[in-house]
Design a protein around this ligand. Sequence first.
Ligand code: SF4
Length: 639
Amino acid sequence: CASGVPMSRFEPQQHIDYTPLRNNINVVRDRLKQPLTLSEKVVYGHLEDARSQELERGRSYLRLRPDRVAMQDATAQMAMLQFISSGLARVAVPSTIHCDHLIEAQLGGEEDLQRAKDINKEVYNFLATAAKKYGVGFWKPGSGIIHQIILENYAYPGVLLIGTDSHTPNGGGLGGVCIGVGGADAVDVMANIPWELKCPKVIGVKLTGELSGWSSPKDVILKVAGILTVKGGTGAIVEYHGPGVDSISCTGMATICNMGAEIGATTSIFPYNHRMRDYLVKTGREGIAELAEKNKEYLVPDADCHYDQLIEINLGELKPMINGPFTPDLAHDVADVGATAERNGWPTDIRVGLIGSCTNSSYEDMGRAASVARQALSHGLKARAAFTVTPGSEQIRATIERDGYAQVLRDIGGVVLANACGPCIGQWDRKDVKKGEKNTIVTSYNRNFTGRNDANPATHAFVTSPEIVTALTIAGSLKFNPETDFLTAADGKKFKLTPPNGDELPAKGFDPGMDTYQEPPPDGQTVRVDVSPESQRLQLLEPFNKWDGKDLADMLVLIKVKGKCTTDHISAAGPWLKYRGHLDNISNNLLIGAVNTENGKVNLVTNQLTGSTGAVPDTAREYKKSGVKWVVVMCLCVC
Ligand code: SF4
């Protein structure tokens, strides 16, 4: 029976129930007769049929029952349009929508938020009313980034959550299996259809030693990305374990899991421990912490469980790292990156430093960045490069304002942006460089693919921890190593930064800030959802013809994609985000960033009917007009 402990403070009627998880794990244990990894426990714990489901890692397809669904505002549009076309009255599992992707960074938090509300009024209104009608929790623009809000409110040990965003694995920092999916998968689950997942392999990362000095949780994943590369996690869950785990805060574990998306992993996870308990308690979820303690044996891996691959990292030996440019697996020690940049002709002057995002905007992250900034200020210094700060949520923004961190970051020259994705997803009205101008930026984000942040293919973006971003931005150069190098104070004296420190959690508790949540009414039947037929942003869907039972055949290859193909290559973000609710308009960005194997060119393919060349979306439309079916061949890197 259910525990009586609510899944979240917003859903007092929905209780966590570990009973099916426990029962399923016991059934599977009996069947497999071997110790289980934590990933297996949580995944198999959500099997629809644990008794007869075939279970072979890397081969079987599992039918699962996720506990909840989360959607960000760009992908939620299509998901809700699909849900509407299902004809169902209400979603079957607790679900939420988060308005975070459509806010462009231009001037600063409040102005940018107001501008976004005006520009996106139609879309926000659609999402808010659709959420009300179909029983979905709605987080308004300004509330924060989906993954931070999930961590603060919805993730819990042992949860199986799917989210329509690649960095949903962030919730693994609280011991959940949280997986990024497409909108159609979310619709299946909201419509009470079992969700299919290829039984993941499990890569173990054993952590020993303890983090110290300038090293941080971000360095763990930057190191892992360097080892496994952008493809190394494909089809696998990365499971961290070992004695080093306890030296990492819960939000630090979330950072590590978040960026697991960059190695193509299905998701990443940490075992339940006292750091998670502390975070649950500080975020008002003592009941969940108590329940997790009682069920702990199901929320940690069995001793001697088998991993398909095992990596070992001694945290005590881990040096501060910085990865890039153009790919998150090009790993360097911070100590070496300046020399490497000079050798490769990458600009070493830093133009902008950006901290925050869903990856690194915890209270601890902001505290460590502020600790570096405070040292510079006490020597009369400001940041040499431009500097931006993106709080991950309204709660983080309000708390770092109250505790003075935001002001310190402003005092060195920082601009605090809206609680949203902003420059992380190309929503950045960048003015300091022209398109095509070679330049370097450093961020505490997770991705640095070409053009990701500012649509400038000549921007060399490096990802690192917020404290290293802050130190490098103060120095203004990639050649600066905060562990060994000196800065010159305003009075001409030399000084060295000391390693940063920041409280894991706020001593005075979190300040929730403004109330940005819209609760769905118990019955949304009378709520009206408006979609104008003239809209350029939203388009109701027309159902596909029923399948005639025949497989598709005799199709033309529209494009065979060369090399790495991510969601960014398939459907670019930035200015295109505004068309995510309009199938016809968004189709104009189909694979425009992908390289054609045939000619090595981007967005240029041969029309097999006419022999002429053209853009990928145009050629697809020509085929459609001629009634010809087509197919795309690619090796998808799900990151
Ligand atoms: Fe995605 Fe960046 Fe937003 Fe995180 S902050 S959800 S990585 S766009």
